[in-house]
Design a binder for this molecule. Structure first.
Ligand code: C2E
Ligand code: CA
Ligand code: CA
Ligand code: CA
Length: 273
């Protein structure tokens, strides 16, 4: 028994050491990965109630030489802790702007692109300055670059972050509150922060046996956002029945596997341009 216990301790020690090593390795590789085109922006369609594509969310993938295609959960949480996420996000914002410019030049200016802003970016970047610089460099309409922000209560400087969001909206960016209803991003935030769109994740609300109850909660959130004049986009829409329900309660926009999975830029263009 004692031996068992000791083995376990060694085992966990090893695991922690492995994890630390892995984190350091990936962090050290990031700059080179960006220069080496290992980071790829994928796009996932966002649709209106008729299923017509209106834009896309940019989601990062790392095509790692030895690990293969790495989804964000394998590196984003760690980069949010050590601040490297700001390099990833800057890269994604630029890629999105470049693409918008290219589409614009080709006469395809109907789509917008949504990009993610990590809470950590507010610490590690002058978000306003960077985004304005990007818009000016690529000569794009800021309204075409949607910014998905998530709230966390752990963050300090709530006031200054609210001001940054205000400035971004004044400049012409559309700001979306991502993952609304999950974690800290909740009702309480709405009284302090003004955003243009609420984004609701079906996943969180459907991870329960009581679907009826979830639907009531979703219904109330949509009503609330209507009362506050905010359109709602629902993500994680996987089934027709979810889509029908959401349309019935007047949800405005939709994103999810029912419409399309995140795909490479090339695949998105082939399908939608
Ligand atoms: P998110 O911003 O909430 O993005 C939506 C996630 O849900 C994406 O996962 C997407 O592939 C997935 N998804 C879309 N439709 C469905 C569906 O119908 N069913 C299910 N089960 N999932 C669906 P992904 O691409 O793995 O990204 C995960 C998270 O990683 C994102 O969640 C976001 O928080 C973060 N992330 C991804 N790219 C970036 C980025 O460039 N910057 C930052 N800061 N975070 C990113
Ligand atoms: Ca998002
Ligand atoms: Ca989300
Ligand atoms: Ca999420």
């Amino acid at each position: 028994n004692k031996e068992d216990y000791q083995n376990k301790i060694f085992y966990y020690d090893d695991k922690i050491r492995e994890l630390k090593y892995w984190e350091q390795r990936l962090s050290g590789e990031l700059d080179n990965a960006i220069n080496d085109n290992q980071l790829k922006v994928y796009l996932q369609e966002q649709c209106d109630g008729d299923g017509k594509v209106i834009g896309a969310e940019a989601l990062i993938r790392w095509i790692h030489p030895t690990e293969g295609l790495m989804p964000p959960y394998r590196f984003i949480p760690m980069f949010e802790k050590n601040g490297l996420i700001s390099k990833v996000d800057l890269f994604v914002w630029k890629e999105a702007a470049k693409l918008l410019k290219k589409w614009q030049n080709e006469g395809n200016d109907e789509y917008y692109i949504s990009v993610n802003i990590s809470p950590a970016d507010f610490y590690f970047l002058d978000i306003y300055k960077e985004l304005v610089r990007i818009v000016e460099k690529y000569e794009i309409n800021p309204a075409k670059l949607k910014l998905e922000i998530t709230e966390t209560l752990i963050m300090k400087d709530v006031e200054s972050r609210l001001m940054i969001v205000e400035k971004l909206r004044d400049f012409g960016f559309t700001v979306e509150m991502d993952d609304f209803g999950s974690g800290y991003s909740s009702l309480n935030m709405l009284k302090d922060i003004s955003v243009d769109v609420l984004k609701l994740d079906m996943g969180f609300l459907y991870k329960t046996k009581d679907e009826e109850k979830s639907r009531k909660i979703i219904g109330m959130i949509v009503q609330l956002s209507k009362a506050l004049d905010m359109p709602v986009i629902c993500e994680g829409v996987e089934t027709k029945s979810q889509f029908e329900f959401l349309k019935n309660i007047k949800c405005d926009y939709f994103q999810g596997y029912l419409f399309a999975k995140p795909v490479s830029i090339e695949d998105f263009e082939n399908k939608n341009l």
